[in-house]
Design a protein around this ligand. Structure first.
Ligand code: SF4
Length: 406
């Protein structure tokens, strides 16, 4: 069986189900004190009591004062899915690809406070210089999709592929949304990391080096990218990681041998909510609507949409469109709300009428940011994300490959 591992932190799983029913859509800059948010839960209370009841003004002032003390030693990165009252503090915002590039190219900042989720902070730690410290304001900000690829399960899958005599033909590709140890696994096995910005180029890179690809953890991004490259659906199989060891992920050996892409059975709970019915409803109401979705959506949704791509692609598509354009968007609500706000001359709305933000991204409340930057200003580092040297060395191989494939 696969070897034991110590470095996998299932940061999202413990409270995902609780948070999913209690998160709020935040479209303005008003911050509700942490203790008064309906999503305030046991996993958020791991922060000094003095931060629980600070209001928006107090939080803005305290973050500003800490930043004044730290000056250019500190940089704050914000992922597109962060709430508006966090994005207001971001020096740089982008998708995971852009933010990873940023971390690799800016050794001048001593502290990188990463307002995103755990796997992004890990990638920033791996790609940044040794003297830089990466801080994640709330350690419970994880990704439920990343948690669907437990490294133990992936190692076991690879062992099964080896026993079946197939592993030698397979290039492992992990989506950025995965634990550092899985990126290291790809580094060790001639594989690579991809993001939704460069998934097609990465699959092309992989097929230049092997007959098959093992793609994890997001089945939808893998399937949508494979289909875009002309791979028939019946040559893309699904590895069910819940099957017992030895059962080839629920497939026959013939199915596996026929597969060009072996898809891990993971998904994003936010993007899997979008449906073809929602697209039809948007088109019935606005016949000239442009439907743009993220490739983490299901295959049939991506097929029915007018265009699909990363959050950077979605933002560019809307921002560069002529005034009067109409967009129905299939991605996380904080980004959709921000794009609607920043493009008042266009109609921009979310495909899903009953939306909820990514509940784990949402865990970065300004109180956490205030706490972490004030600690830094006082000479203490809290919530530092550190990847061990051995894991980082191999993960960097796969991440560096990713950064060169565009
Ligand atoms: S939107 Fe989906 S993939 Fe992105 S961090 Fe949230 S759960 Fe993970």
């Amino acid at each position: 069986m696969a070897s034991a591992h110590e470095d996998f932190i299932p940061v999202a799983s413990a409270a995902s189900s609780l948070a999913g029913i209690a998160c709020e859509t935040n479209t303005g800059l008003e911050t509700v004190p942490l203790s008064r948010e309906t999503s305030f839960a046991y996993w958020q209370q791991d922060i000094p009591r003095e931060y629980w009841d600070l209001d928006a003004r107090q939080l803005v002032d305290r973050v500003a004062e800490a930043r004044r003390k730290l000056g250019r030693r500190l940089i704050v990165l914000g992922h597109h899915y962060q709430r508006e009252d966090i994005i207001q503090f971001a020096d740089f915002r982008g998708d995971s690809f852009k933010l990873a590039q940023w971390a690799a190219q800016h050794p001048e900042s001593e502290f990188i406070v990463f307002c995103g989720v755990h796997f992004m902070a890990e990638a920033a730690d791996i790609l940044s210089a040794p003297h830089q410290k990466v801080v994640l304001p709330n350690m419970a900000a994880g990704c439920s999709m990343a948690d669907m690829a437990d490294p133990e399960d992936v190692y076991a899958c690879w062992e099964e592929l080896e026993e079946a005599g197939i592993a030698g033909k397979v290039v492992p590709v992990t989506y950025m949304n995965s634990a550092a140890s899985l990126k290291a696994f790809c580094g060790r096995h001639n594989g690579i990391v991809c993001t939704s910005s460069n998934a097609t180029a990465v699959l092309k890179w992989a097929f230049e080096r092997g007959e098959k690809v093992l793609f994890f953890p997001d089945q939808h991004l893998g399937r949508n990218t494979g289909a875009k490259m002309g791979i028939p659906l019946d040559r893309m199989s699904l590895w069910n990681y819940n099957q017992p060891f030895g059962s080839l992920g629920g497939m026959t050996l013939e199915e596996l041998e026929r597969s060009r892409v072996i898809l891990w059975q993971g998904h994003c709970s936010v993007h899997q909510r979008f449906t073809v019915d929602q697209i039809n409803a948007a088109r019935a109401k606005y016949p000239d609507i442009h439907v743009v979705v993220h490739p983490e959506c299901r295959y049939e949704v991506v097929q029915a949409a007018d265009s699909n791509g990363s959050t950077e692609f979605i933002a560019r598509t809307i921002t560069e469109a002529p005034p009067g354009s109409k967009f129905a968007v299939g991605t996380e609500i904080n980004l959709v709300s921000r794009l609607a706000h920043e493009n008042p001359d266009k109609l921009v709305f979310c495909l899903d009428p009953v939306v909820c933000p990514c509940s784990t991204m949402y865990r970065i409340h300004p109180a956490y940011l205030a706490w972490t930057v004030e600690e830094l200003a006082a000479g203490r580092i809290v919530n530092q994300v550190r990847v061990d040297e051995e894991t980082a060395r191999y993960a960097k191989i796969a991440l560096d490959r990713m950064l060169t494939v565009v």
